[in-house]
Ligand binder design. Structure first.
Ligand SMILES: O=C(O)[C@H](O)COP(=O)(O)O
Length: 404
C-alpha cells in the first residue's frame, strides 16, 4: 500500500487510491484544450523488433488526449525508416518521426556542427534534444512527456500519471519526474540506482556536508528513471547531456533554472521492468560500467560548479565512504527482499559495488584531467541565437521526411 510520506525538498505525488484510468484520462482531455500535450519517444530502430515497443505503441494508440507524438528514430537506414513509418503509422494521433540518420536531418546536424553547436555523441541525449527542438518548432504542445521505449511492463496509465502534474492548469509544476518500484521476476532490479546513486549521494553528504544539491538529488525516489514531463518553456533553456548522465543532468538543470517548488515527482507504476544491460566489468565503455562512470562525472561536475573542490585524495575518501555505505545498503536490500519472499544475489551485488567504487575513482581522475569537458548539448535558446531560422529548418526537414 502506498503511504503519503513527503521526503526531501520536492513534492511527491503518490498513487494513493489507484484511481481508474478513465477518470484520469477524462480530466486530461478537458485540460488538453488549454494545455495541449505532446509525447516524445526516443527510440532505436532495433527496438521495433522487440516485443516492448509493439505493446507500447498498441496502448499509446488508445490515448485520447495527445495533440502530438514525436518519435526520435536512431540507427535506421532508408529501408528501416520506411518500415518505421509503417510501424508507427498505426497511431491514430498526429505523429512525426525524426529520422535522425536520414540525409535531411544529417544536413541540419552538419550545419550545427559548423557552428560548434551540434551534439558531440550519438545516443539518447542527442535524440531527445532533436525531438525537443521539433516540439518547440511545431508549436503543438504546452506540456511534454517523455518515456523510454524498452519498458516491458507498459500500460498507458503510466503516461496519464506522468503528464498530469504539468497538464493540470491549476498546478504550477514545470517538471515532474516519474518513479516506480523496480521489482520483477522475484528480484530487486535498478542496480545503478540502488547500488551507486543513493550510496554515492549519502557518501558525498558525509564528505561535504548537507549541500542543497545533494539534498535535492536525494529527494528523488528514482533519480535514474527515464520518464519525465515538463512545460514547454523548459525546453528553451535546458541543456541536455549526451551521455549516460542524461537523467541526472536533467535534474541538475531543473535545479539550476527553477525553484524546487516547481519540481515534483510522481508515482507512475506499481511495476516497471525494462531491458537489462550487462554490468560489463571487462569493458569500461559499455553497459552499467559506462553508465556508472558517466553518472559519477555528472555529479562531480555539478558539485564543482557549486564551488566544491576535488583532489585525488578527496576522491579516495569519497570512494572509501561510498564503499562502506554501499555494503550496508546491500544488507538492507537483502533483508527487505528476504522478508518479502524475493531473492537477492549478494555476490552479484558486491561485484557491482566493487566495480562502481573503481569507477568513482576513474570518473574522478578523468574529471581532474579534463575539468572543462562538458557533455551538455547547448540549450535551444543558444542555438536559435546563432542560427535564427534553425527551428523552421528542422520543422521543414521533418515534414518533408514524413511526407514522402
Ligand atoms: O535504473 C537502473 O539502476 C539501471 O537502469 C539498471 O537497471 P537494472 O538493474 O534494472 O537493469
Amino acid at each position: 500500500m502506498a503511504d503519503f510520506y513527503q521526503n526531501g525538498i520536492i513534492t511527491t505525488l503518490h498513487n494513493l487510491t489507484d484511481r481508474p484510468l478513465e477518470d484520469l484520462e477524462k480530466e486530461l482531455i478537458s485540460y488538453s484544450r488549454s494545455r495541449p500535450m505532446s509525447l516524445v519517444l526516443p527510440s532505436l530502430y532495433s527496438e521495433l523488433q522487440g516485443p516492448a515497443l509493439s505493446n507500447i505503441i498498441e496502448d499509446v494508440a488508445k490515448v485520447p488526449y495527445l495533440n502530438e507524438i514525436v518519435i526520435g528514430l536512431d540507427r535506421a537506414d532508408e529501408a528501416e525508416y520506411a518500415h518505421a513509418k509503417e510501424f508507427f503509422g498505426t497511431l491514430p494521433q498526429h505523429h512525426r518521426i525524426l529520422w535522425n540518420d536520414g540525409p535531411r536531418l544529417r544536413k541540419i546536424d552538419a550545419l550545427l556542427q559548423e557552428e560548434g553547436l551540434a551534439p558531440k555523441e550519438m545516443g539518447k541525449g542527442r535524440n531527445v534534444w532533436y525531438c525537443y527542438g521539433y516540439v518547440l518548432a511545431s508549436g503543438r504542445a504546452q506540456s511534454v512527456a517523455l518515456h523510454d521505449c524498452d519498458i516491458v511492463t507498459y500500460d498507458r496509465s503510466m503516461l496519464a500519471r506522468l503528464i498530469y502534474p504539468v497538464a493540470n492548469p491549476g498546478f504550477n509544476y514545470e517538471f515532474a519526474k516519474g518513479y516506480y518500484s523496480r521489482i520483477a521476476d522475484g528480484k530487486l532490479n535498478g542496480r545503478v540506482s540502488r547500488l551507486l546513486v543513493t550510496p554515492l549521494i549519502r557518501a558525498l553528504k558525509k564528505v561535504y556536508g548537507s549541500l542543497d544539491f545533494l539534498e535535492y538529488l536525494d529527494s528523488f525516489r528514482y533519480p535514474l528513471s527515464g520518464e519525465f514531463s515538463m512545460r514547454v518553456d523548459v525546453l528553451n533553456d535546458i541543456r541536455i547531456p549526451s551521455d549516460w548522465g542524461l537523467e541526472i543532468g536533467v535534474l541538475s538543470e531543473m535545479k539550476r533554472n527553477y525553484s524546487t517548488n516547481r519540481i515534483c515527482q510522481v508515482d507512475i507504476a506499481d511495476v516497471y521492468d525494462h531491458k537489462h544491460q550487462p554490468l560489463s566489468e571487462e569493458d569500461a565503455n559499455r553497459g552499467l560500467s559506462k553508465m556508472s562512470t558517466d553518472i559519477c562525472k555528472a555529479i562531480f561536475r555539478k558539485l564543482a560548479t557549486q564551488g566544491e573542490v576535488f583532489t585525488t585524495e578527496t576522491f579516495r575518501s569519497i570512494k572509501a565512504t561510498y564503499f562502506r555505505i554501499a555494503l550496508d545498503f546491500i544488507e538492507t536490500y537483502y533483508n527487505d527482499a528476504r522478508m518479502n519472499g524475493l531473492t537477492l544475489d549478494r555476490h552479484a551485488e558486491e561485484r557491482a559495488v566493487e566495480l562502481f567504487a573503481e569507477n568513482i575513482m576513474n570518473a574522478g581522475e578523468h574529471f581532474l584531467q579534463n575539468p572543462m569537458e562538458t557533455p551538455f548539448i547547448p540549450s535551444w535558446n543558444r542555438v536559435i541565437s546563432a542560427v535564427p531560422d534553425i527551428l523552421d529548418r528542422l520543422y521543414e526537414a521533418v515534414e518533408e521526411d514524413n511526407a514522402c
